[in-house]
Write a protein that binds this ligand. Structure first.
Ligand code: SAM
Length: 175
């Protein structure tokens, strides 16, 4: 089980990024995203995509993200440009994930220091500043070693049929 927690959502500023954290978590193999309560519309968008393109994928919200981190039963990975290089820790994280659940934390604005302290691993996807969406995507792909790319989706209303050129989307019930 892999859960992604999006910290520090600021209404008006972080809306697209929060939506993209949720969509990226879903598309690249996580089981669940937890968003701040203030991110209701973003949660609805991710639920809507899951309804249309398939699941399973859970969307939850929290008013107490620090408590969620503190009480999490499993290992906590905090993605941060200040952390240890992903290529150095990915084997250990993968071993932990084989035994227990994983919580992956990404920020928006400044992340409180206690998150760094509570994390089992603070992980950098490079030690350069970039984005929570990019770091989440690379981290999940490393964690699953690319297997997430071949995932099958359950109960989709629509399925994209890959095309060399153009777009084809089908209703699987009519195929
Ligand atoms: N300035 C903020 C701070 O000091 O915590 C971070 C802002 S950054 C735009 C938002 C989020 O992107 C971070 O909280 C982190 O999760 C992620 N992020 C940015 N660069 C990263 C990197 N090189 N490796 C891992 N995560 C990164």
């Amino acid at each position: 089980q892999v859960t992604v927690l999006r910290l520090g959502h600021r209404p008006g500023r972080d809306e697209r990024m929060t939506t993209h954290v949720g969509l990226t978590a879903r598309a690249l193999g996580a089981d669940k995203v937890v968003l701040a309560n203030a991110a209701r519309n973003q949660a609805d968008t991710v639920i809507d995509i899951t309804d249309r393109f398939g699941g399973p994928f859970d969307v939850a919200s929290t008013e107490e993200p620090k408590r969620l981190i503190r009480d999490f039963e499993g290992s906590v990975v905090h993605l941060t440009m200040y952390g240890e290089p992903v290529q150095d820790v990915e084997d250990d994280v993968r071993k932990a994930h084989a035994e227990e659940s994983l919580l992956i934390v990404v920020g928006a604005e400044k992340v409180p220091f206690e998150v760094y302290e509570h994390a089992d691993w603070n992980v950098g996807v490079t030690n350069q500043p970039h984005s929570e969406v990019a770091s989440l995507a690379v981290f999940l792909d490393r964690l699953f070693e690319g297997r997430e790319l071949d995932r099958e989706w359950e109960n989709p209303d629509r399925v994209v049929v890959p095309q060399e050129t153009g777009k084809r989307v089908v209703d699987p019930d009519e195929e």
